[in-house]
Design a protein around this ligand. Structure first.
Ligand code: PCA
Length: 154
């Protein structure tokens, strides 16, 4: 039985070279294939939350930059595994957004974003792309064990 593949736009730790990329490439999580690099058609605030370098795309369209990332085609198994990683819908929500590929194509893709956040998040530096800083490594364990600290820098 053939199944429809879904497109996901990743801008954070799931990108190639970033700490969670292995989730996308691990065959036990399902199927994924890189389609293209691209950026969001509309602007979003992308900030770093916590001192553990977790990227948050905030649901305030029109503010910030066109966010750079990678488009993957995934099967349903991979899609639900990505939901597990992102703790959808408790932390990240997701929605369909138009992504402009480097070949100037427009593709509707799922992306993960944060709907409920303190206003103070918007006064952080607004990034156009995410890269894990080696001196302040991303820590999934920290995020999972101390969810109440997600929005604090301390
Ligand atoms: N992982 C997802 C959302 C934020 C994150 O770190 C991504 O890379 O797009």
């Amino acid at each position: 039985m053939s199944q429809t593949l879904k497109r996901v736009f990743v801008y954070g730790t799931l990108k190639k070279g970033e700490p969670n990329h292995h989730w996308l490439t691990s065959e036990k999580n399902g199927f994924s294939r890189l389609l293209a690099k691209g950026k969001t058609e509309i602007k979003f605030p992308l900030v770093i939350g916590t001192r553990y370098n977790i990227p948050f795309l905030l649901n305030k369209p029109g503010v910030g930059h066109n966010i750079e990332g990678e488009i993957y085609e995934v099967d349903d198994k991979m899609f639900s595994n990505l939901d597990v990683l992102e703790e959808y819908p408790r932390y990240y929500d997701r929605e369909l957004q138009t992504i402009l590929t480097n070949a100037n194509e427009k593709l509707d893709c799922w992306l993960y974003l944060i709907r409920n956040y303190p206003d103070s998040m918007l006064s952080k530096p607004l990034l156009s792309s995410y890269c894990n800083r080696p001196n302040q490594p991303y820590s999934e364990n920290y995020a999972l064990s101390r969810p109440e600290d997600l929005f604090t820098d301390g």
